[in-house]
Design a protein around this ligand. Structure first.
Ligand code: MSP
Length: 667
């Protein structure tokens, strides 16, 4: 029997608009994961698609004044085009208007009806079209949609309908979550799901009055199936459920389902698993709810008018830098994966994007390749030299990057994976600086010169392999310039650490700068996402130019200072419970927390906004230094300091090993 495919899904996108940088994120991440898993030698199945039966899709077509079917065909095509330009290689693209999907949805509806999971009733309540969600009166906030990102008007419905018996699955859902610790990720979103379920699940209305668009209810065509009941089924209809059993069994259960936090709790971690339980199907291994991309603190979305088109952004970057369009697309993929830990919100700023391009891509990776190739050109006529016994100087760095980045990708920690690869790139640049090939050449130490350059080429090749899931075009171009373009596609992750990987006589084809540095002196307004600002320095990337960072002088080993017990006993450390959390306006890194110490409430400001979502913190117990001098941070009063471990600059909150009352002393 062959191994089950590693199955990855993205949400299927409403076709009421083309993708922007925000909603392209999930698909880019899915593509990175799929490419990584393939590079590890696994069989992968990657599914994406479009959600076409929603009332809001019909409304968008009406607004455009065209037939809904014509409209969805057009938009589905545009989605495919965007994925193509972003070099996303899915294995299947499902559209919910396709017959293969409609048949499965109808059959599942009938089965659930006959086994009592669906029953007929009357719906009286509210519906939000932009969110495609039913709301009870008590859910509304000021009479509007309670979804924080929406807040729009809701419409009143009184319809005969069908309900899905969600309430019957509460306990089984909680049991499953508790028995499978990795099921809901990131870990901090798990509490939100459990408390949503424990509040008491209501049965879900799963039909709407038929207004001419949607999948008709079998045997009751006056109604159509609710778009979420319909859409979630794509994850199984696309892979042969009820149509191709062998295919289905070779792919299901899903390994990773990716989605944004807005559709995580209610739809993907409650409704969907309950539907699967009703069908007696195993649940996915991991449900991952990532954060939002914002600009200036606002979620990127078409309705907010701040959507950024990836194609446009790439075209602008390419025009300004001279990089190819495809490499510019790769740079967007790189930025989205590198800039924030996967799971948290991130702000898409022009400065951040430009900075990563210049510093990580042009200065670090680009420089390693260019300087090395340029010296191979100059000193060895463009032929990769035989290193004799002198190769492999960077072997330890390559192995370390391979294992750290690999483990990080398995855990879906893509920014950490890139960090590890970049540590290798920086170490390689430092190695070139330290081994001073130009002096070796002058001194006629040809063997050592060959070894030094060969070692740097090995690192550049390893980098090309490891970054290929993130930047497929750029890595193939690195390989081409290294003279290994033809064999590159067949390489696997483990080949990054191959012994003497270049065949004797390999001829290089570079350097041709892949990431030409953005020059701040050139006209930049057209790249602006935020009002333009100036940036210091900036040179075009020159082949062979050795751009080094200032050398760090090793600091003398500091003696560990001890303190008498008296000092320590002055620190009043207690357990506190977080009651509420919100971002501090205008400060990316800060959260304002209201905490309880049992008999006292406090406000503190903590620099953890880059690592924790405010909502995920509510209800958590933390360790608080309570008698630190009060201070105002960015104008906000802070009375205490939470304690966290510093893991390579990432704050990881400390918390008690078991549940203890707020106010307990820590000694
Ligand atoms: N059609 C539903 C999903 C059905 S899945 C069975 C839907 N579609 S959507 O087009 O509105 O959103 C698709 C995905 O894009 C969601 O995961 C959403 O979280 C994500 N994003 C939309 N804007 C985003 C940002 N600004 N940032 C990050 N992700 C964002 O919901």
């Amino acid at each position: 029997m062959t191994e089950k495919a590693y199955y990855i899904t993205t949400p299927i996108y409403y076709v009421n608009d083309v993708p922007h940088v925000g909603n392209a994120y999930t698909t880019i991440i899915a593509d990175v994961l799929a490419r990584y898993q393939k590079l590890k030698g696994r069989d992968v199945f990657f599914l994406t698609g479009t959600d076409e039966n929603a009332p809001k899709v019909a409304a968008a077509a009406k607004e455009r004044g065209i037939e809904t079917k014509q409209y969805v065909d057009e938009l589905a095509g545009q989605f495919r085009n965007v994925w193509e330009t972003l070099d996303v290689r899915y294995d299947d693209f499902i559209r919910t208007t396709e017959q293969r999907h409609v048949d499965v949805v109808s059959a599942i509806f009938e089965r659930c009806l006959s086994q009592g999971d669906i029953y007929k009733g009357d719906y009286k309540g509210w519906y939000c079209v932009p969110c495609e969600t039913f709301w009870a009166e008590s859910d509304l906030v000021d009479g509007k949609c309670p979804n924080k990102e929406c807040g729009r008007a809701v419409e009143w419905l009184e319809e005969e309908n069908y309900y899905f018996r969600l309430s019957a699955y509460s306990q089984r859902l909680v049991d499953h979550i508790e028995a499978n610790p990795g099921f809901l990720q990131p870990e901090f979103r798990k509490n939100e799901v459990v408390s949503f379920i424990k509040q008491g699940l209501r049965d879900v209305s799963i039909t709407r009055k038929n207004q001419g668009w949607g999948i008709p209810v079998p045997g009751d065509p006056e109604k159509v199936i609710y778009v979420w009941f319909d859409a979630l089924i794509n994850y199984i209809s696309a892979i042969g459920y009820l149509s191709d059993e062998a295919k289905f069994n070779s792919i299901w259960p899903c390994d990773v389902q990716l989605m944004g936090k807005d559709i995580f709790v209610r739809f993907h971690c409650t409704f969907w698993p309950a539907m699967l339980m009703a069908l007696d199907l195993p649940l996915p291994r991991v449900m991952f709810g990532h954060g939002f991309w914002t600009t200036d603190g606002e979620k990127i979305s078409k309705s907010k008018g701040n959507a950024i088109s990836p194609a446009k952004l790439a075209a602008e970057l390419a025009d300004e830098s001279g990089a190819s369009r495809q490499v510019a697309m790769d740079s967007i993929r790189y930025f989205l994966c590198r800039e924030v830990p996967f799971g948290l919100d991130g702000d898409f700023s022009r400065e951040g994007f430009r900075h990563r391009f210049n510093s990580d891509l042009a200065n670090d990776l680009g420089n390693l390749l260019n300087r090395t190739l340029s010296m191979v050109g100059k000193y060895f006529n463009g032929n990769i030299p035989d290193p004799g016994g002198h190769s492999g100087a960077l072997k330890t760095e390559i192995l370390k990057a391979g294992s750290t980045a690999g483990e990080a990708c398995e855990r879906l920690e893509f920014s950490r994976a890139l960090e590890a690869i970049w540590q290798m790139v920086s170490a390689s640049n430092k190695y070139v600086n330290d081994s001073r090939p130009w002096d070796l050449e002058k001194q006629g130490r040809t063997d050592e010169l060959a070894g030094a350059l060969y070692s740097a080429l090995e690192a550049a090749r390893a980098a090309a392999i490891m970054v290929s899931p993130f930047m497929p075009t750029a890595s193939a171009e690195i390989a081409r310039q290294l003279g290994i373009g033809d064999s590159f596609e067949a390489l696997k992750w483990a080949d990054a650490a191959a012994e003497k990987p270049f065949a004797p006589g390999t001829k290089i084809l570079g350097p041709e700068p892949i990431f030409p540095r953005l020059d701040s002196k050139k006209k930049v307004e057209h790249l602006a996402l935020t009002p333009s600002e100036t940036e210091g320095g900036g040179r075009g990337q020159e082949p062979g130019k050795v751009e080094t960072k200032p050398e760090e002088t090793p600091k003398p080993q500091a003696e560990v200072e001890t303190v008498p017990y008296d000092y320590f006993s002055k620190l009043k450390i207690k357990i506190a419970e977080i009651k509420s959390a919100e971002k501090v306006e205008g400060a990316d890194k800060l959260l304002k927390l209201q905490v309880s110490l049992g008999d006292e409430e406090r406000q503190i400001v903590a620099g953890v906004a880059m690592f924790y979502d405010p909502e995920s913190l509510v209800g958590r117990k933390i360790v608080l230094l309570t008698n630190l001098e009060p201070a105002k941070i960015r104008g906000v009063q802070s009375n205490g300091m939470l304690l966290a471990a510093d893991v390579d600059g990432r704050a990881v909150l400390l918390q008690p090993d078991s549940d203890v009352p707020a106010g307990s002393k820590v000694k």
